[in-house]
Design a protein around this ligand. Structure first.
Ligand code: ADP
Ligand code: MG
Length: 396
């Protein structure tokens, strides 16, 4: 049996050193500064952000770092340790679909900040990126990249970066992802990357963007939150994500409400819908209730008691929303069989990552059982990350 592979967090100063070395090697000289933003995992509240629901993510101790220097010619030149593909071009040419590829997440931020009048046209940037957030695993490497760079741009342009100043940066990062990169996502990832506090989850109300910090101290409960990266890339590109969003919008239209959050009587609403709309709506409506339930338990320090809600969330995503996958179901079932208090898929689904709430002394047994199950079913071998609730984007 192969031992479980743990991806250990790397000190942010070490991550920054790698980004700075790439910067010097590519552009010569030093960057004006270095900024970091975290990946995230969603504790509960899945596929409800675009339904005006509640989500409860927290920031991971894995970060994306950008080393950035201003240039005066309106050109963006971006490189990353993740890929050989660099991009250089006038920021004035940035538009939906251009640039294609990863540079869209960087260029899109400038495009959005310019459009909202936050940035003068002649400002350009040299950017070097290094990250310890697994890319494409549902842990939001994309928002980490956008938010690290958005904070850099704001700092360098003299824009405010306090709590209120971060709101337009969150909005610009969301626009970059939706409009320029063309990835249809809600605003959860950018909000947590910009607003998270160590030792807390962010309860985000997606109807109005309001946030509340909820204490999340796994240690005090003798627990660990294990992230299981199934190594099956989350496959949002095949239209399933858009298909679910469309189903939710159609249900809203049929029910005559702006968002499913606004439904006055959830049971009656589900009964009024046909198949599969009823099951889709039932997931969203019950999931929003589960988020409230979990936030309430965390407020009272009852971490060990949230496992059941995590399990119900997974069943709902698997059976009603149909966004799980064989890899995610295998990871969740194996974690529970080895003693986890609760487990669920997290993120958009169809691959990506799962989480398991595990008593501290069962962590290795859980990880090993998850690997054993995956290998015996000839699924990709998962890897594991530690999920200590961490802080938000910052300048180093
Ligand atoms: P996730 O956000 O779950 O990791 P996404 O598909 O939303 O997955 O975003 C992954 C994409 O973001 C990558 O394909 C790449 O285009 C971009 N990206 C993220 N991190 C980096 C990085 N360190 N360097 C270059 N591109 C990155
Ligand atoms: Mg993403």
């Amino acid at each position: 049996m192969s031992a479980a592979h743990w991806v250990e967090p790397v000190d942010v100063r070490v991550v920054a050193g790698t980004a700075e070395a790439l910067f010097r090697g590519t552009f010569g000289g030093a960057a004006d500064g270095v900024w970091a933003a975290p990946g995230r995992v969603n504790l509960i509240g899945e596929h409800v952000d675009y339904a005006g629901g509640l989500v409860l993510p927290f920031a991971l101790p894995y970060v994306t770092v950008v080393a950035v220097r201003v240039r005066g010619d309106g050109i963006l030149h971006a490189v990353s340790t993740h890929t050989d593909e660099s991009w250089q071009g006038p920021l004035a040419d940035v538009a939906p679909g251009h640039p294609a590829g990863w540079a869209a997440y960087v260029a899109g931020v400038v495009w959005a900040l310019r459009r909202s009048g936050h940035l003068p046209a002649e400002t350009g940037f040299d950017v070097a990126v290094h990250s310890t957030v697994p890319v494409g695993s549902g842990l939001s490497s994309s928002a980490a990249l956008e938010c690290a760079f958005a904070l850099a741009v704001a700092d360098l342009a003299g824009l405010p970066t306090d709590h209120a100043g971060r709101r337009p940066l969150i909005a610009a990062s969301i626009l970059a992802e939706n409009e320029i990169a063309g990835a249809s996502t809600g605003g959860m990832d950018q909000s947590v990357a910009m607003l998270a506090r160590p030792g807390h989850a962010v309860l985000l109300d997606c109807r109005d963007g309001a946030t509340r910090q909820v204490p999340l101290d796994f240690d005090s409960a003798g627990a660990r939150l294990v992230v299981i990266d199934t190594n099956a890339p989350h496959r949002l590109v095949d239209g399933q994500y858009g298909n679910r969003r469309a189903a939710v919008e159609k249900a809203c239209a049929d029910l005559g409400v702006a968002t499913l959050r606004d439904v006055p009587d959830p049971d009656a609403a589900v009964a009024a819908l046909g198949s599969p709309a009823a099951a889709r709506a039932r997931h969203v409506l019950t999931e929003i209730r589960r988020v409230t339930e979990v936030a309430g338990l965390l407020d009272r320090g009852r971490i060990a008691d949230i496992g059941d809600a995590l399990n119900r969330s997974h069943a709902s995503l698997r059976d009603d929303y149909e966004v799980s996958s064989v890899e995610l179901d295998s990871a969740v079932d194996a974690a529970l069989a080895a003693g986890a208090w609760g487990a669920r898929m997290t993120g958009g689904g169809f691959g990506g990552s799962a989480i398991a709430l595990v008593p501290a002394d069962r962590v290795d047994a859980v990880a090993e059982n998850v690997v054993r199950r995956a290998e015996s079913a000839t699924l990709p071998t998962p890897q594991f990350l530690s999920a200590e609730p961490s802080g938000s984007a910052h300048r180093l």
